[in-house]
Design a protein around this ligand. Structure first.
Ligand SMILES: *C/C=C(C)/C=C/C=C(C)/C=C/C1=C(C)CCCC1(C)C
Length: 235
Protein backbone atom coordinates (compact mmCIF):
# COMPACT_ATOMS: atom_id res chain seq x y z
CA UNK A 1 0.00 0.00 0.00
CA UNK A 2 2.61 2.48 1.10
CA UNK A 3 4.66 1.94 -2.04
CA UNK A 4 1.73 2.09 -4.42
CA UNK A 5 0.55 5.63 -3.80
CA UNK A 6 2.18 9.01 -3.45
CA UNK A 7 2.97 9.81 0.20
CA UNK A 8 2.74 13.30 1.67
CA UNK A 9 6.40 13.36 2.69
CA UNK A 10 7.64 12.41 -0.78
CA UNK A 11 8.62 15.83 -2.17
CA UNK A 12 10.39 14.32 -5.18
CA UNK A 13 7.27 12.26 -5.95
CA UNK A 14 5.21 15.45 -5.81
CA UNK A 15 7.49 17.12 -8.38
CA UNK A 16 7.09 14.08 -10.65
CA UNK A 17 3.33 14.39 -10.27
CA UNK A 18 3.22 18.12 -10.99
CA UNK A 19 5.40 17.86 -14.07
CA UNK A 20 3.46 14.87 -15.44
CA UNK A 21 0.22 16.88 -15.22
CA UNK A 22 1.83 20.02 -16.65
CA UNK A 23 3.06 18.02 -19.66
CA UNK A 24 -0.48 16.80 -20.41
CA UNK A 25 -1.96 20.30 -20.09
CA UNK A 26 0.83 21.80 -22.23
CA UNK A 27 0.22 19.19 -24.93
CA UNK A 28 -3.47 20.05 -25.23
CA UNK A 29 -2.61 23.75 -25.19
CA UNK A 30 -0.02 23.59 -27.98
CA UNK A 31 -2.13 21.36 -30.22
CA UNK A 32 -5.21 23.50 -29.69
CA UNK A 33 -3.39 26.78 -30.30
CA UNK A 34 -1.84 25.33 -33.43
CA UNK A 35 -5.30 25.36 -35.02
CA UNK A 36 -5.55 29.14 -35.03
CA UNK A 37 -2.08 30.40 -35.99
CA UNK A 38 -0.86 31.20 -39.48
CA UNK A 39 -0.23 28.12 -41.59
CA UNK A 40 3.59 28.52 -41.45
CA UNK A 41 3.59 28.14 -37.65
CA UNK A 42 1.38 25.08 -37.32
CA UNK A 43 4.22 22.60 -37.65
CA UNK A 44 6.22 24.35 -34.89
CA UNK A 45 3.30 24.10 -32.47
CA UNK A 46 2.64 20.51 -33.48
CA UNK A 47 6.25 19.59 -32.68
CA UNK A 48 6.07 21.50 -29.37
CA UNK A 49 2.99 19.43 -28.55
CA UNK A 50 4.72 16.19 -29.57
CA UNK A 51 7.61 16.97 -27.23
CA UNK A 52 5.29 17.45 -24.26
CA UNK A 53 3.16 14.44 -25.30
CA UNK A 54 6.16 12.09 -25.37
CA UNK A 55 7.31 13.56 -22.05
CA UNK A 56 3.82 13.20 -20.52
CA UNK A 57 3.79 9.47 -21.24
CA UNK A 58 7.31 9.00 -19.86
CA UNK A 59 6.48 11.08 -16.78
CA UNK A 60 3.57 8.75 -16.02
CA UNK A 61 5.99 5.84 -15.91
CA UNK A 62 8.79 7.74 -14.16
CA UNK A 63 6.43 9.01 -11.48
CA UNK A 64 5.12 5.53 -10.70
CA UNK A 65 8.62 4.06 -10.80
CA UNK A 66 9.81 6.67 -8.32
CA UNK A 67 6.80 6.26 -6.00
CA UNK A 68 7.21 2.48 -5.94
CA UNK A 69 11.01 2.27 -5.61
CA UNK A 70 12.38 5.70 -4.62
CA UNK A 71 15.02 5.12 -7.28
CA UNK A 72 16.01 7.15 -10.31
CA UNK A 73 14.15 6.04 -13.47
CA UNK A 74 17.32 6.24 -15.58
CA UNK A 75 16.14 4.23 -18.59
CA UNK A 76 12.78 5.99 -19.01
CA UNK A 77 14.48 9.35 -18.54
CA UNK A 78 17.04 8.75 -21.26
CA UNK A 79 14.59 7.22 -23.73
CA UNK A 80 12.47 10.33 -23.27
CA UNK A 81 15.46 12.62 -23.88
CA UNK A 82 16.55 10.59 -26.88
CA UNK A 83 13.21 11.33 -28.55
CA UNK A 84 12.47 14.83 -27.28
CA UNK A 85 15.90 16.50 -27.60
CA UNK A 86 16.14 15.88 -31.39
CA UNK A 87 12.55 17.19 -31.70
CA UNK A 88 13.60 20.35 -29.87
CA UNK A 89 16.58 20.70 -32.22
CA UNK A 90 14.23 20.39 -35.22
CA UNK A 91 12.28 23.39 -33.89
CA UNK A 92 15.19 25.68 -34.72
CA UNK A 93 14.94 24.64 -38.36
CA UNK A 94 11.16 24.74 -38.60
CA UNK A 95 11.21 28.28 -37.29
CA UNK A 96 13.88 29.38 -39.74
CA UNK A 97 11.95 27.77 -42.55
CA UNK A 98 8.67 29.41 -41.51
CA UNK A 99 10.55 32.71 -41.63
CA UNK A 100 11.82 31.91 -45.09
CA UNK A 101 15.53 31.50 -44.32
CA UNK A 102 16.90 28.15 -45.42
CA UNK A 103 19.68 26.24 -43.63
CA UNK A 104 21.56 23.26 -45.03
CA UNK A 105 21.14 19.71 -43.75
CA UNK A 106 24.74 19.65 -42.51
CA UNK A 107 23.73 21.89 -39.64
CA UNK A 108 21.03 19.48 -38.52
CA UNK A 109 23.39 16.51 -38.76
CA UNK A 110 25.88 18.30 -36.49
CA UNK A 111 23.14 19.08 -33.96
CA UNK A 112 22.00 15.45 -34.00
CA UNK A 113 25.57 14.25 -33.61
CA UNK A 114 26.09 16.55 -30.60
CA UNK A 115 22.82 15.33 -29.08
CA UNK A 116 23.78 11.66 -29.42
CA UNK A 117 27.24 12.18 -27.89
CA UNK A 118 25.71 14.11 -25.00
CA UNK A 119 23.00 11.55 -24.24
CA UNK A 120 24.89 8.32 -24.88
CA UNK A 121 27.70 9.30 -22.52
CA UNK A 122 25.26 10.78 -19.99
CA UNK A 123 23.43 7.45 -19.95
CA UNK A 124 26.61 5.41 -19.68
CA UNK A 125 27.64 7.49 -16.68
CA UNK A 126 24.31 7.30 -14.90
CA UNK A 127 23.87 3.59 -15.59
CA UNK A 128 27.42 3.04 -14.24
CA UNK A 129 28.59 1.48 -17.50
CA UNK A 130 31.76 3.58 -17.51
CA UNK A 131 33.71 6.00 -15.34
CA UNK A 132 31.12 8.59 -14.32
CA UNK A 133 33.41 11.63 -14.44
CA UNK A 134 34.82 10.69 -17.85
CA UNK A 135 31.30 10.07 -19.19
CA UNK A 136 30.32 13.51 -17.90
CA UNK A 137 33.25 15.19 -19.65
CA UNK A 138 32.43 13.50 -22.97
CA UNK A 139 28.75 14.40 -22.61
CA UNK A 140 29.77 18.03 -22.11
CA UNK A 141 31.61 17.92 -25.45
CA UNK A 142 28.35 16.93 -27.18
CA UNK A 143 26.52 19.85 -25.59
CA UNK A 144 29.35 22.19 -26.66
CA UNK A 145 28.89 21.06 -30.28
CA UNK A 146 25.19 22.00 -30.06
CA UNK A 147 25.91 25.40 -28.52
CA UNK A 148 28.54 26.16 -31.15
CA UNK A 149 26.18 25.25 -33.97
CA UNK A 150 23.26 27.41 -32.85
CA UNK A 151 25.42 30.42 -31.97
CA UNK A 152 28.27 30.43 -34.47
CA UNK A 153 27.35 27.71 -37.00
CA UNK A 154 25.09 27.71 -40.04
CA UNK A 155 21.83 27.87 -38.05
CA UNK A 156 23.09 30.90 -36.13
CA UNK A 157 24.11 32.67 -39.31
CA UNK A 158 20.77 32.00 -41.02
CA UNK A 159 18.90 33.45 -38.03
CA UNK A 160 20.67 36.79 -38.50
CA UNK A 161 18.94 37.20 -41.85
CA UNK A 162 15.44 36.56 -40.46
CA UNK A 163 12.89 39.17 -39.36
CA UNK A 164 12.89 40.79 -35.91
CA UNK A 165 10.22 38.51 -34.37
CA UNK A 166 12.04 35.36 -35.47
CA UNK A 167 15.37 36.73 -34.30
CA UNK A 168 14.09 37.44 -30.82
CA UNK A 169 12.44 34.02 -30.50
CA UNK A 170 15.56 32.36 -31.88
CA UNK A 171 17.76 34.08 -29.32
CA UNK A 172 15.35 33.18 -26.49
CA UNK A 173 15.49 29.54 -27.63
CA UNK A 174 19.28 29.67 -27.75
CA UNK A 175 19.30 31.12 -24.27
CA UNK A 176 17.26 28.13 -23.09
CA UNK A 177 19.76 25.69 -24.63
CA UNK A 178 22.61 27.54 -22.91
CA UNK A 179 21.10 28.35 -19.51
CA UNK A 180 18.03 26.10 -19.16
CA UNK A 181 20.00 23.06 -20.31
CA UNK A 182 22.81 23.86 -17.87
CA UNK A 183 20.43 22.68 -15.13
CA UNK A 184 20.96 19.05 -16.28
CA UNK A 185 24.76 18.85 -15.92
CA UNK A 186 24.35 20.71 -12.61
CA UNK A 187 21.95 17.96 -11.51
CA UNK A 188 24.39 15.30 -12.71
CA UNK A 189 27.22 16.88 -10.70
CA UNK A 190 25.06 17.11 -7.57
CA UNK A 191 23.25 13.79 -7.92
CA UNK A 192 25.82 11.52 -9.57
CA UNK A 193 29.34 12.88 -9.13
CA UNK A 194 28.75 14.06 -5.54
CA UNK A 195 26.34 11.25 -4.80
CA UNK A 196 27.02 11.09 -1.09
CA UNK A 197 26.20 14.75 -0.68
CA UNK A 198 22.72 14.88 -2.17
CA UNK A 199 21.74 11.74 -4.05
CA UNK A 200 18.72 10.55 -6.00
CA UNK A 201 16.22 12.98 -4.45
CA UNK A 202 17.90 16.13 -5.70
CA UNK A 203 18.95 14.59 -9.01
CA UNK A 204 15.31 13.93 -9.85
CA UNK A 205 13.97 17.21 -8.47
CA UNK A 206 16.51 19.11 -10.56
CA UNK A 207 15.83 17.09 -13.74
CA UNK A 208 12.06 17.53 -13.27
CA UNK A 209 12.42 21.28 -12.95
CA UNK A 210 14.72 21.36 -15.97
CA UNK A 211 12.23 19.40 -18.12
CA UNK A 212 9.49 21.84 -17.15
CA UNK A 213 11.60 24.81 -18.27
CA UNK A 214 13.11 23.24 -21.37
CA UNK A 215 10.00 21.61 -22.80
CA UNK A 216 7.10 23.79 -21.66
CA UNK A 217 8.77 27.21 -21.51
CA UNK A 218 10.55 26.49 -24.78
CA UNK A 219 7.18 25.65 -26.39
CA UNK A 220 5.64 28.82 -24.96
CA UNK A 221 8.34 30.95 -26.59
CA UNK A 222 7.48 29.42 -29.95
CA UNK A 223 3.76 29.84 -29.28
CA UNK A 224 4.30 33.50 -28.42
CA UNK A 225 6.17 34.11 -31.66
CA UNK A 226 3.56 32.24 -33.71
CA UNK A 227 0.66 34.19 -32.20
CA UNK A 228 2.39 37.57 -32.64
CA UNK A 229 3.31 36.83 -36.22
CA UNK A 230 -0.19 35.57 -37.04
CA UNK A 231 -1.81 38.71 -35.59
CA UNK A 232 0.43 40.91 -37.69
CA UNK A 233 -0.62 39.01 -40.79
CA UNK A 234 -4.32 39.52 -40.12
CA UNK A 235 -4.14 43.31 -39.66
C1 LIG B 1 13.56 17.60 -22.70
C2 LIG B 1 14.84 17.15 -22.32
C3 LIG B 1 16.01 17.87 -22.46
C4 LIG B 1 16.05 19.22 -23.08
C5 LIG B 1 17.20 17.23 -21.99
C6 LIG B 1 18.43 17.76 -22.03
C7 LIG B 1 19.53 17.07 -21.46
C8 LIG B 1 20.80 17.58 -21.32
C9 LIG B 1 21.15 18.96 -21.79
C10 LIG B 1 21.80 16.76 -20.70
C11 LIG B 1 23.08 17.13 -20.50
C12 LIG B 1 24.19 16.34 -19.92
C13 LIG B 1 25.47 16.83 -20.14
C14 LIG B 1 25.71 18.14 -20.83
C15 LIG B 1 26.69 16.12 -19.68
C16 LIG B 1 26.43 14.67 -19.36
C17 LIG B 1 25.25 14.51 -18.51
C18 LIG B 1 23.97 15.05 -19.16
C19 LIG B 1 23.43 13.97 -20.09
C20 LIG B 1 22.97 15.25 -18.01
Amino acid sequence: MEKMFLQSGDLTGVTFWLVSMAMIAATVFFLYEGLSVKKEWRLSLLVAGLVTLVAAVHYDYMRDFWVATNQTPVVYRYIDWLITVPLLMIEFFIILRAAGSAVGNGSFVRLLFGTLIMLVFGYMGEAELMNQALAFGLGMVGWAVIIYEIYAGAAGTAAKEAGAAVQSAFSAMRWIVLVGWAIYPAGYIAGVLMEGAVGAESLNQVYNLADFVNKILFGLIIWNLAVKDSEQASH
